[in-house]
Design a protein around this ligand. Structure first.
Ligand code: ZN
Length: 81
């Protein structure tokens, strides 16, 4: 899958990447929403570079498990690390 096709699956807004906070505000998309028991929900955002990396990991894992890879859900699986 081409990067551009992956990018089109997400909505991009300025934000802070959870893996690259020191880069400041970049183009990001929400990959996960944390819902703490106390306090408001918190969005986890990732930059384009991280989303491409996360999609590549998900595809590799899907192939390993013999399940179908569905792009567009980069945040799925973050809980299980
Ligand atoms: Zn990043």
């Amino acid at each position: 899958m081409e990067r551009q096709q992956i990018f089109e699956l997400y909505e991009w807004d300025p934000g802070i990447c959870f893996r690259h906070p020191d880069r400041g505000v970049v183009d990001t998309t929400v990959v996960q929403t944390l819902r703490p028991r106390l306090g408001p929900a918190e969005e986890v955002r990732a930059c384009r570079q991280c989303v491409v990396a996360m999609e590549a990991e998900r595809r590799a894992r899907a192939e390993e498990l013999g399940v179908q890879y569905e792009p567009g859900h980069a945040g799925n699986g973050l809980d299980h690390r």
